[in-house]
Design a binder for this molecule. Structure first.
Ligand code: MN
Length: 339
């Protein structure tokens, strides 16, 4: 919608109105250039384009992963259907269009990978996946500095501070299968925290992540996320990362994860659990410096896809992420290598 018509790292273009064009894809990239839900700095409408093209390697649709020995773009047959047209000032209409696009991809059997856009888009993203996988049968693993569980935002039901409450209110996902990692700062207020507790939400605040270690928190989160659910939606707000590593975002909150931690975390999750949908949101290029945030978001997508490709080869499951780096691929599937 904004900028040149480029695909994610040069993968083939596909068209949502032409189902054969993505029939063989195991993952489909969708752009959601919407920032009408931001409460502070805008600019995330330019996120999809930045995430697609920010790389120093050729845009040749191939990215062999050094540690895993998979080429996620090739092995998953990744295609990019471009941006959903999301019109500034037309929030509900824009979200409806995105929901229809994500549902179409999910029903094709491919993994929808949505590039935001502000976090408002998680509402249509998860809703669409739940329509396919099963209402209330999709858990959410949510990386963010903020809970995004506000009841309203400036009096509106829709905004980047409210999608998680809408999803639980609708029943698309269960509150007690909603896992949040990285929360910190000074929001939300006690009333909203009490609502979250009543839903049975599990929020691993940064204080707990620092105390216990991120890996231990993820292990607990994934056990919950895979209990009585048929798929996991991974929603990554780039502001979960410290602004030192991800300055180009709308509501930066100091004291977050490192970029290294986030990349390792999302790769591990994709390796260990069945993902049903992914979104990467809140990259705001106008506030970025030296493309730091865009590079990170591009790599978040690649690490997720690499984990999925690894899992698809049959190496998935608990312990997969603890493979010795650089170990030969065949050795890596053995119990010894996983231990
Ligand atoms: Mn968010």
């Amino acid at each position: 919608m904004y900028g040149p018509d480029a695909t994610f790292l040069g993968v083939p273009a596909a068209d949502l109105d032409d189902p054969p064009s993505f029939a063989n894809a195991h993952a489909v990239v969708i752009g959601a250039p919407f920032d009408g839900g931001t409460s502070h700095r805008p600019g995330a409408r330019f996120g999809p384009q930045a995430i697609r093209v920010t790389d120093y390697l050729p845009h040749d649709g191939s990215r062999p992963h050094l540690a895993l020995g998979v080429d996620p773009l090739v092995e998953l047959g990744v295609v990019d259907v471009g941006d959903v047209e999301m019109l500034p000032g037309e929030t509900e209409r824009s979200l409806d269009k995105l929901e229809a696009a994500v549902e179409r991809v999910a029903r094709s059997g491919a993994l929808p990978v949505v590039l935001g856009g502000d976090h408002t888009i998680a509402l249509p993203d998860v809703t669409a996946v739940a329509r396919h996988v099963g209402w209330g049968r999709v858990s959410v693993v949510h990386f963010d500095a903020h809970a995004d569980t506000g009841d309203t935002q400036f009096g509106s039901l829709y905004g980047h501070g409210t999608p998680m409450r809408r999803l639980i209110d609708s029943g698309a996902t269960r509150g007690d299968r909603f896992l949040q990692l990285g929360l910190r700062g000074y929001w939300p207020e006690p009333e909203t925290l009490a609502w979250m507790a009543r839903q049975g939400m599990r929020s691993f605040e940064m204080a707990e992540v620092v105390e216990r270690g991120l890996d231990a928190c993820i292990t607990e989160a994934l056990a919950i996320a895979t209990d009585e659910c048929d798929g996991v939606f991974l929603s990554v707000d780039v502001d979960v990362v410290d602004p030192a590593h991800a300055p180009g975002t709308g509501t930066p909150e100091p004291g977050g994860l490192s970029s290294r931690q986030l990349l390792d975390a999302v790769r591990r999750i994709a390796m260990e659990v069945p993902l049903a949908g992914v979104d990467v949101v809140e990259v705001s290029p106008p506030y970025d410096h030296a493309e730091v945030t865009a590079y990170l978001a591009n790599r978040v997508v690649l690490e997720v896809l690499s984990g999925c490709a690894w899992r698809r080869r049959g190496f998935g499951g608990s312990g997969a992420a603890r493979r010795r780096p650089g170990a030969p691929l065949l050795e890596a599937g053995s119990p010894e290598a996983n231990g």
